[in-house]
Design a protein around this ligand. Sequence first.
Ligand SMILES: CC(C)(COP(=O)(O)OP(=O)(O)OC[C@H]1O[C@@H](n2cnc3c(N)ncnc32)[C@H](O)[C@@H]1OP(=O)(O)O)[C@@H](O)C(=O)NCCC(=O)NCCS
Length: 231
Amino acid sequence: MRIDMELEAYLRPPDAPMPLYPAKVITLVTGGKMVVRQVFREDVPKLLPAVRPTLDIPRDYYDVVGARLYAELLAWQRYRYRDVFCIIGQVDGLLVGIVNSRMYSPQVGISLHTLAIERGLRVGAHLFAAKMEHHIEYLGQDEVLITAESPIGFRRWMIEYGLELREGQHELGGAAPYGLTREMYFDAKHRLVAGQRPVPPDLMEVAEREIIVASEQDIIEKILGARREIP
Ligand SMILES: CC(C)(COP(=O)(O)OP(=O)(O)OC[C@H]1O[C@@H](n2cnc3c(N)ncnc32)[C@H](O)[C@@H]1OP(=O)(O)O)[C@@H](O)C(=O)NCCC(=O)NCCS
């Protein structure tokens, strides 16, 4: 496909240079080692097959979150989303969760989505904490605006972090935005932000070699906790 770069220059939002997120490893309650690391535009095609099965899962709003995340990943890959970053969790190379977020301005971050594929291990909670860590500690932002699309999300973010309701609308559907300030982040850090750095080279090598995605049937089973026939 030939791209008209002159027109592209108008269609593409600008991309600010952003510091990178340093990878870390979190030991889950099962003893599994989850490597948490940043991924980039070129990795998007490997992530999409993990999100696609969620579009048919209404339980816990996986469908809404999955569809939005899918669209955001595609738009980012095709240069239609501004100042985005994406962090994934992998256990033995297997993709267990995805988070994405963006910088609205140098000071303010906008939390986009958190999707846990492996459930019951706080994978989503750890990955959300990693994206807050990136906004506050590595991007040096003052505040992150967050909303919740699901009751579990509300418990995990608004209640666990004690977020503050803000005026106006979050860019995700105009829902109520809640703020996480630097002060709130550092207050919560000892409770909620886990992991060690650097990641041992053998673990990092496995994670970077391949992003392994479970089969569609396995993803549905992991999310629902029970096997269901796919038509
Ligand atoms: C919100 C989310 C990221 C949290 O991930 P997490 O921290 O890894 O938590 P889990 O989803 O595994 O577990 C949430 C709760 O459901 C329970 N649970 C575990 N496995 C479950 C399953 N298969 N089905 C239903 N509930 C399950 C857990 O025990 C947990 O209970 P707790 O809150 O008392 O600890 C995840 O639930 C998710 O991806 N939901 C769909 C998308 C979404 O809502 N994203 C956030 C938008 S704001």
